[in-house]
Design a protein around this ligand. Structure first.
Ligand code: IPE
Ligand code: IPE
Ligand code: MG
Length: 240
């Protein structure tokens, strides 16, 4: 007997706010950075699972515009961790066919990290597998403002007319240009807020919140989030 297919078998684009690393470390009497390091295990798991399941895009929120206000020691350790992890993981990501991009205000990042990012993007640019976006020094408001600036520049030189700025055209100036809107946003760590993540691109995303702290986020938790998604009826403002 045929079983009716779920309305939304799989999201095309999953976006994750990886929260709770500090609390994970604290409960173990460890420094916060130990929690950030432990967060790499679920990062690897989610990337490989998205690849295996044919989910086309994954966006990971790693460091927000507001996270610059944390103590310098934590910020410094995190930047170091991004450099090290990228160096260590890039060959494996490339082997998995991942196309890697970073979104965020890059000029604020340490030069060494900027160089690693450029190298990783260049190396994986032609890969046809999972589109992986890592949001570092990213804020949804920054993204909208930088898009507005880019469009204003085009208007000021006469290359674009204000009335030609449609939603479609605006999207093309955002950091996630060319990537479908987020279908599912997962946030670990128990907070039920957006914290300036993809404001534009999550307009119609399904939101999944879990109290699990990010370093504890396991395959079964990812499955739970996907099952939640598949049970949602996405109406996009219409009626059933
Ligand atoms: C998320 O974990 C990672 C970053 C924001 C860099 P947190 O560091 O926010 O962990 P909690 O929320 O303090 O537990
Ligand atoms: C959101 O977590 C940013 C990332 C996970 C990178 P935060 O811990 O910074 O968010 P708030 O402060 O709880 O809103
Ligand atoms: Mg947090």
């Amino acid at each position: 007997m045929m079983v009716a297919a779920a309305a939304n078998p799989l999201p095309r684009h999953v976006a994750i706010t990886m929260d709770g690393n500090g609390r994970w470390a604290k409960t173990r009497g460890l420094a916060r950075i130990a929690g950030h390091k432990a967060g790499l295990t679920p990062v690897r798991m989610c990337i490989s699972e998205c690849g295996k399941r044919g989910i086309s895009a994954l966006t990971l929120f790693a460091f927000s515009s507001e996270n610059w206000s944390r103590p310098a020691e934590e910020v410094g350790s995190l930047m170091g961790l991004f450099v090290e992890s990228l160096e260590r993981e890039i060959a494996e990501l490339h082997a998995q066919g991942v196309r890697m991009r970073f979104i965020g205000e890059r000029r604020h990042l340490p030069v060494r990290l900027q160089a690693r990012i450029a190298a990783a993007e260049e190396r994986t640019a032609n890969n046809q597998g999972l589109k992986l976006q890592v949001a570092v020094s990213y804020g949804g408001r920054w993204d909208i403002v930088q898009a507005a600036q880019a469009l204003a520049r085009e208007c000021s030189i006469g290359a674009l007319r204000p009335e030609d700025i449609t939603e479609e055209r605006f999207s093309q100036s955002l950091a996630l240009a060319g990537v479908a809107d987020a279908d599912l946003v997962i946030r670990t760590g128990g907070e039920q807020r957006i914290s300036n993540f993809l404001l534009w691109n999550l307009a119609y995303a399904e939101l999944y919140f879990t109290p699990k702290l990010w370093p504890d986020f396991a395959l079964t938790d990812f499955d739970d989030a996907l099952a939640f998604f598949s049970n949602r009826e996405r109406r996009f403002g219409r009626v059933s």
